[in-house]
Design a protein around this ligand. Sequence first.
Ligand SMILES: [Zn+2]
Ligand SMILES: [Zn+2]
Length: 449
Amino acid sequence: MTSEEEVAELFCCGICEDLMLAPITLVCCGRSFCKECLRLWIKTNAQQGGIPRCPGGCTKKVPFRLPQHSIALRKAMEQLVPERLANRIKEAAEEEIDETDCLGGFKAWGDIAASRDILYGSSIIVRQGSPGIVLGNCDDGCHLTVKFDEREDGSELCVNVVPEALMLPLPGGFRLHQKVVALYELLLNSDMKVPLGSVGHIIGSLGGDRVTVLFEPAKLLFGDHSIPEYPVSVNIREVAAQRLLVGGFSIAQRVQASMSLVVGNRVVVHAGCRGTVLAEFSDTRLTVVFETETEESSPSCFNVLPLEILPWCDLPAHLPAGSPVRALQHLMSPCAILVHAGTKGTILGGVDPALVFVAFENGPAVAAAVSTLEQLSDEKESEAEEKLLEKSETVAPDIGSSDLSSIDVEPPSDEETPNSATEAGNNGFACAVSTPINSARVTAVLSAD
Ligand SMILES: [Zn+2]
Ligand SMILES: [Zn+2]
């Protein structure tokens, strides 16, 4: 039978050599210590100018943000050595010196951020907005010892700073000067608004759930006129960190449907229909509002896969939407649908300055380089048609050998959601960006022209 003494030894802290209080298990070697012992160990080592290493002797660095204490260890002690634990808690409460209040009203082990750039000599060692953790007051009585998450000089040592250089972290995990984007159209008053997708940077916080954002000048609308940049207090849920979404799209980006979107057996959004990215719906889908021309005129929101949309931009001046064009060379889609040279089509929209989205007759809608298209005018049409028909006979038979096999063909996915059930290839509208094939041969065709 094991004595209570022996059991108590199992729960002994390697620093204070007593029963562990709020036991924390370190990930470096799995040894456990009292939370307060670890904090004192970290603070003492850091204030002596070192990098705190594991008190268990494994020599690994100890994290400044300690893990949660172990509930299993605490419950085991409550079960196995209840009296010793009760005594230990009582002793600790009597000894306790309250050292959590620090200069400037900050709390020891609390999260903070740098309220300004922190300099050492003439170089910045901590950027304004950098997050960190307060270890406690410095012995000099006017500085606090802070461990910043990152230092500009790469050092892992703590920094002694005056309280004026610190601030409480901003709500929502935002950082000072972080670039953010408006997730909604923000109405400031009856005639001032910040449009959806406006970009700005965070300049401060008014407490609670609000941050102050300086939006870029042109984006803040006063009626129809833009006004100079102006700080706006927004709720943290009205903005998001600016970043690329799934598929490389961004919030408020103008897009177009890259294929007809089908729900059930009804086409709800036609290929080429313009829309705006509203949000990231999931890891794989984006919420897009499409400008569909329906009678009920309600906005059509769909959660689409990135391959179901293309970026949208203004068309080149000589190729307005609806203009008839003809493919000058064979075009290849990722779904292996071929658009033969000479096929006529209609411009739907622009993708980027060199790429337009075209609906080809009896075939797929394809994003094609402007240089692979010829604009059709009435008088030119019949003449060009004859020439291309002539040539296509010599070109067509050879396609589909080595050129095709080098292109990755992705089968249409069977994934379905209640929001958007679309199927690539279902009705011949399937496709993204085309790849012109066999350029040498195409050059030959063009030069023959
Ligand atoms: Zn201890
Ligand atoms: Zn260790």
